[in-house]
Design a protein around this ligand. Structure first.
Ligand code: URA
Length: 210
């Protein structure tokens, strides 16, 4: 880290600093026992991607494939998400960072419990602070509701770029919902990802979260 730099002074944090900081955090999370998911997980799924990404994708929780491999969004729904992201972003590894609300798989892929989301929230907050993306793509209702502190449904929230005073968030459907819901949901996800791209190009502006 640059001498004198503090991590809360984000302008002075270089990509190398960010890489180191994420690595240190990953080491810490690897041994996490803050909730009971630590007893059933195979691997902690910390997150991956560019430490200087302009876009940070937040999903819900690792599924079976992610738990096996220790990587986010590598199963069927992840492949769909990565394909759709790839239509708008030429190089996912250098342009995107992918994380989840919670870092360990809930047994049988059940929904995350509020207490699990809470226990894990400081890890996601530190990933967001470190990467400091220009925009967060919140994938699915759990991610969008948590980031925007709301109980609204994803269908009501999507298709907008929100600035909530803290961060800029574009909510979209979870790819698992797209796999279940078919082409119409895929089309809406594609539109939301295009919106992220338009925002980065300065072609759309944010609106306040209602
Ligand atoms: N679903 C998620 O929300 N995250 C993953 O990493 C995989 C599936």
């Amino acid at each position: 880290m640059t001498p004198g730099a503090r991590f809360d002074d984000l302008n002075s944090v270089t990509t190398r600093d960010k890489t180191v900081r994420l690595q240190l955090l990953k080491e810490q999370v690897k041994n996490c026992e803050r909730c009971s998911l630590s007893r059933t997980r195979k691997h902690v799924v910390f997150g991956e991607g560019s430490p200087s990404a302009r876009v940070l994708v937040v999903g819900e929780a690792p599924g079976r494939d992610e738990d096996e491999q220790g990587r986010p969004f590598v199963g069927r729904s992840g492949q769909l998400l990565r394909k759709l992201l790839g239509e708008s972003f030429a190089d996912l590894d250098s342009e995107i960072y992918i994380a989840n609300l919670i870092k360990c798989r809930p047994p049988n892929n059940r929904n995350p419990e509020p207490q699990e989301i809470d226990s894990c929230s400081t890890y996601l907050a530190q990933q967001l602070d470190t990467v400091s993306p220009e925009v967060v793509l919140a994938v699915g209702a759990f991610a969008a509701r948590t980031l925007l502190r709301t109980k609204l449904g994803i269908g009501e929230m999507r298709a907008k770029v929100y600035f909530d005073g803290d961060r800029t968030v574009v909510p979209t459907y979870h790819p698992a919902a797209a796999l279940r819901g078919g082409p119409l949901v895929v089309t809406k996800m594609r539109a939301d990802i295009s919106l992220v791209k338009l925002y980065l190009k300065g072609e759309v502006s944010t609106c306040p979260f209602p």
